[in-house]
Design a protein around this ligand. Structure first.
Ligand SMILES: Nc1ncnc2c1ncn2[C@@H]1O[C@H](COP(=O)(O)OP(=O)(O)OP(=O)(O)O)[C@@H](O)[C@H]1O
Ligand code: SF4
Ligand SMILES: [Mg+2]
Length: 447
């Protein structure tokens, strides 16, 4: 199971006629290539089974540590990148959303592929007819963090901001110049800036130019990928205020990507917290900040001094695991301060613990994983295997992991391991429009 919204009442409650974009089971894997022949040896699972809705006129904040997949998700939604599987849907009515979710909720062999294909053909951005796709590309614009590299240094502002108008044959000649002036004035610049190059502006002004360009085709929806992260705090506030004013003026919808929780809190109606390619929590901004449920969200909030909720008792140890080999079960279990035995311990955890005691791994000949939860570690001698088994059964190994261990046995020169298998964690409801992917709340029972 992936971290998806179930096609149940919870999902339907969030999908009214006002929804603009629906993301369903979206994955994006990047191949890892090695050697002279550039063979694919694995995949970075940047986004791994994500589903949510964006409603007209709202700002959805997307937060998470570096590398958790925020930009990749934003690019897939904007149509700048094709997903590996799953889809981004645009312009679905309530009935289509219900029908699609009903189908996606069924096992593969029970789905009505014809019905899914009909919806995909009309609404899935990578499958819709070209004219509809062009409408989506006009409707959905992107503003990137680094305005300097996203603006062509050899082009004048008139060409940068006027380009979308020219490409879409919206205006030319004097009309184009006047429209660009209007766009510049909307973002606090003016006619005097038309014939200057990007390097002649400050960072904040360059971001204003990017925003003017994004507004050129009168979009409904803008993906803002860390739009203020590269700016000084005072300039940040000005740009955030500008974005807020533009949203009111043009009834814009934003997907606001940031690792800065303070900024996200200020901007967002709803918030999605991502961890290693998956959604760990999603809900209304006030609920997420006042009553975060997922231990990861709690740790993120506690660690953020700007939020004045700093709690030294909740720490976020270590770094984000490798997205090409994410932990099984709950992806956060390797760092979770309240981890329990059913969170997904497995053979990789045993190897991780042994890695911290380097000498125990020195003699490892092979690690065979039959499943993520079941495997054997081969050594040269029985003594080496005994030492490893002793370590994995000792206090040096976290207690929940020891409790999850169903088999820890030395046979000849190998250590055989088996841990309680668990499914991937999927989100479940913990309140109105509030969902989290944590076993402590799964199915409504708290351990
Ligand atoms: N084009 C690419 N090819 C291979 N791997 C990629 C590519 N783009 C992103 N990745 C990897 O995918 C994962 C997610 O990256 P992404 O940029 O989406 O994260 P992010 O949450 O936006 O991080 P940050 O906060 O640093 O911007 C990372 O491990 C990254 O290295
Ligand atoms: S399921 Fe919940 S308790 Fe378990 S590791 Fe994940 S976040 Fe922590
Ligand atoms: Mg990013």
């Amino acid at each position: 199971m992936s971290a998806t919204l179930e096609p149940d009442a919870t999902l339907r409650a969030t999908t009214g006629p006002d929804h603009l974009v629906n993301v369903r089971d979206l994955t994006k894997y990047f191949p890892i290539r090695e050697g002279v022949l550039q063979r694919v040896t694995g995949h970075v699972k940047a986004v791994d089974g994500v589903s949510f809705d964006i409603h007209r006129g709202e700002t959805v904040g997307l937060v998470g540590e570096s590398g958790c997949g925020k930009t990749t998700l934003g690019r897939c939604i904007a149509g700048l990148m094709s997903p590996t599987s799953g889809g981004v849907y645009f312009g679905m009515d309530h009935d289509s959303v219900d029908r699609l979710d009903a189908q996606l909720g069924l096992p593969f062999d029970k789905r009505n592929e014809g019905e899914i294909a009909a919806i995909d053909h009309r609404h899935r951005i990578d499958m819709m007819p070209h004219a509809a796709w062009r409408t989506y590309r006009r409707n959905c614009q992107v503003v990137f963090q680094d305005a300097f590299s996203s603006l062509n240094p050899r082009q004048l502002v008139i060409d940068i901001v006027g380009r979308p108008l020219r490409i879409h044959k919206e205006a030319s000649g004097t009309a184009l110049i006047e429209r660009v002036v209007e766009l510049l004035e909307n973002v606090g610049l003016g006619r005097q800036h038309l014939y200057r190059y990007p390097h002649q502006f400050s960072g904040g002004q360059r971001q204003r130019i990017s925003i003017a360009r994004a507004l050129a085709l009168d979009p409904e929806f803008i993906v803002l990928d860390e739009p203020t992260s590269a700016l000084d705090v005072s300039v940040q506030a000005q740009i955030l205020n500008l974005l807020h004013e533009l949203q009111q003026q043009y009834r814009l919808t934003y997907l606001f990507i940031s690792h800065d929780l303070g900024v996200v809190q200020h901007m967002s109606d709803r918030i999605i917290v991502m961890y290693l390619g998956r959604i760990s929590e999603i809900g209304r901004s006030d609920e997420i900040f006042e009553a975060p449920r997922h231990p990861y969200t709690q740790a993120l909030l506690a660690a953020n001094p700007a939020l004045e909720v700093t709690d030294e008792t909740i720490r976020l140890p270590g770094s984000v695991p490798d997205p090409s080999d994410p932990p099984q079960g709950c992806r956060f279990h390797t760092r979770c301060p309240v981890v329990i035995e059913r969170c997904g311990w497995g053979v990789s955890d045993a190897l991780r613990i042994l890695e911290t005691r380097g000498h125990l791994l020195d003699n490892l000949k092979a690690a065979n994983k039959h499943t993520p939860f079941d495997g054997d570690l081969a050594f040269d001698t029985a003594e080496e295997a005994e030492a490893v088994a002793a370590e994995l059964g000792s206090d040096a190994t976290p207690e929940p992991m020891r409790r999850a261990c169903e088999l820890l046995e030395v046979r000849a020169t190998s250590v055989h391991l088996r841990y309680t298998p668990v499914d991937d964690m999927s989100v479940s409801g913990v309140g109105t429009e509030h969902q989290t992917a944590c076993i402590l709340y799964n199915g409504g029972h708290k351990d």
